[in-house]
Write a protein that binds this ligand. Sequence first.
Ligand SMILES: *[C@@H]1O[C@H](CO)[C@@H](O)[C@H](O)[C@H]1NC(C)=O
Ligand SMILES: *[C@@H]1O[C@H](CO)[C@@H](O)[C@H](O)[C@H]1NC(C)=O
Ligand SMILES: *[C@@H]1O[C@H](CO)[C@@H](O)[C@H](O)[C@H]1NC(C)=O
Length: 207
Amino acid sequence: MAVFHDMLLQPLGMFLCLSLQLSSATFIRYSSTCFTFDEYYTVTLDIKASSHIYESNAVYSVFVPVNDSVYAVVMKTLDENSDSAGLWQRADKNCYSNSTYYVKDQYMTVLEAQWQAPEPENITEVEIQAFTVQIRALPILSTLKLREKLSTLALAAKIPQSSAFKPFFMITPKSIRLEGLANQVFSSPITDAIYILLAFLTSTLLF
Ligand SMILES: *[C@@H]1O[C@H](CO)[C@@H](O)[C@H](O)[C@H]1NC(C)=O
Ligand SMILES: *[C@@H]1O[C@H](CO)[C@@H](O)[C@H](O)[C@H]1NC(C)=O
Ligand SMILES: *[C@@H]1O[C@H](CO)[C@@H](O)[C@H](O)[C@H]1NC(C)=O
C-alpha cells in the first residue's frame, strides 16, 4: 500500500512542482524588471506605515513582512482617482506607476521602503499597495490606506455654529467691557475737572 502511495505521490508532487513553476512564470511578466502581474492573491499581510495620517510632502516609512521565499516587493501608491502618487525613494527600479525593491538578504524579515507624499493639496487619501513577489507562488497584494486628519476647520463646520463660535463671543464682551472701563478711568478726571470748574464758577458767581 505504502509503495503504491509513493508511486502515486511522487509523480503527482513532481507535476505540482512543475506546474507551479510554469504558472508562476506566467503570473509574472517583466519588461526590464518592471513587473506586471496578471494574477495575484489579495491577502492583507501586516504592512505598516510610520503614520496613517496623510499629509502632502510628508515622508513615510512603510514596512512589509518578507521571508526567504520573497525576492522582491513592488510598491505603488494610488490617490482617490487611482492615479499613481508620490515618490518611492531609493527603489532598485522605478517604473512608471510602481517601484521595485529586491530582497537582498535572505534573513530579512521586514522590508522598509520610504515614500514621499506629493505636493498637491487636493489629495486627501491614498492607498499604498505592496506586491510581494514570491519565488514559487502567486504574488501577494497587501494594501494600506493613509487618510488626511480632519482639519480643525472641517471639525468646526461639523459642530453647530452657536458652540463653534462661542469662543469669539466670550472674547468680545470682555474686550468691550475692558474698553468701557478704560473709558471710565480716562473720562473720570475730565468729568471731575468739569465738576470742579462748574463748582468754581457757581461759587464765584454766587459770592
Ligand atoms: C513567506 O511570506 C509569504 C508572504 O509574503 C507567505 O505567504 C509565506 O507563507 C511565507 N513563508 C514562510 C515559510 O513563512
Ligand atoms: C509597473 O509599471 C510598469 C510601467 O512602467 C507597468 O508596465 C506595470 O504593469 C506596473 N506594475 C504594477 C504591478 O503596477
Ligand atoms: C488634483 O488636481 C489636479 C489638477 O489641479 C488634478 O489633475 C488631479 O486629478 C486632482 N487630484 C485629486 C485627487 O482630486
